[in-house]
Design a protein around this ligand. Structure first.
Ligand code: HEM
Length: 181
C-alpha cells in the first residue's frame, strides 16, 4: 500500500488518520451518550468519560494533522462522482471536517479562557486565571457551541456510516474498499 493517496484508493496515512479518529470519536460519543442514557454515575459512563478532555485534546491534534494531510493530497484522492451527487458528497465531507475542527476548538477555547488551569496528562497547556482575567467570550463560545455542534456532528457521522453501508451492501461499487480494503 502506498503512503500517499491515489485516485484509486486512500493511502496508509489517510487510513490511519481515518480509523484512529473514528475510534476516538466513538469513545467520546460512547461516554457522552452513556452519561445521558445510563446516568453520570453508571460504571460505563464513568469509565468512558473520565478522560473526555484528554481524548478530545488528542483528537484535536489528530484532526488538524488529518486536515493538513488532506490538503497535501488534494487532487490525488478518489473522485466523488459527477454532478449533483458529487457536490453533495464534497459538501458532506467538508461539513464533517469543519465540525471535527470546531467541536474540540470550542472546548479548548473555553479551557483557555476560564479560571481553571488546563493540564491534560499533567502537561500544563493553559495556566489558571484570576476571576477578572476570565475571557467571557471564549467561555461562552465553549458553553454554547461545544456540546451542540458535537451532537450535530454525531448525526452527520451516522449519515456518513449509512452511506458507506449503502455503497457496500446495495450498490456494491467498492467505495468502502478505498478506505478499508
Ligand atoms: C472531537 C472531540 C470532542 C467531541 C466529539 C466531544 C463531544 C462532546 C459531547 C457530545 C458532549 C456532551 C454535550 C451535552 O451534554 O449536551 C461534550 C461535553 C463536554 N466536553 Fe467535549 N468533545 C470533544 C472534545 C473536548 C475537549 C478537547 C474538551 C476539553 C478541552 C472537552 C470538554 C467537554 C466538557 C467540559 C463537556 C461538558 C460541558 C459541555 O457540554 O460543554 N471536549 N463533549
Amino acid at each position: 500500500m502506498t503512503i500517499r493517496d491515489s485516485t484509486a484508493r486512500y493511502g496508509a496515512v489517510s487510513r490511519a488518520f481515518h480509523w484512529a479518529v473514528a475510534a476516538l470519536l466513538l469513545w467520546q460519543f460512547g461516554g457522552m451518550l452513556s452519561e445521558r442514557i445510563l446516568g453520570e454515575d453508571s460504571p460505563l459512563a464513568a469509565a468512558l468519560s473520565a478522560n473526555h478532555k484528554q481524548v478530545g485534546t488528542i483528537l484535536f491534534v489528530l484532526i488538524v494533522a488529518r486536515a493538513v494531510w488532506a490538503l497535501v493530497n488534494r487532487g490525488r484522492r478518489p473522485a466523488h462522482g459527477p454532478g449533483l451527487q458529487g457536490y453533495a458528497v464534497r459538501l458532506g465531507h467538508f461539513a464533517l471536517y469543519a465540525l471535527m475542527l470546531a467541536v474540540p476548538s470550542a472546548a479548548l477555547l473555553r479551557a483557555w479562557g476560564n479560571e481553571r488551569a488546563f493540564a491534560p496528562f499533567g502537561f500544563q497547556i493553559f495556566a489558571s486565571r484570576s476571576p477578572d482575567e476570565v475571557v467571557a467570550t471564549a467561555t461562552a463560545i465553549g458553553s454554547n457551541f461545544h456540546g451542540e455542534l458535537a451532537w450535530i456532528m454525531g448525526v452527520l457521522i451516522l449519515g456518513h456510516i449509512a452511506m458507506a453501508v449503502l455503497h457496500q451492501v446495495v450498490l456494491r461499487d467498492g467505495t468502502l474498499k478505498r478506505m478499508a480494503g
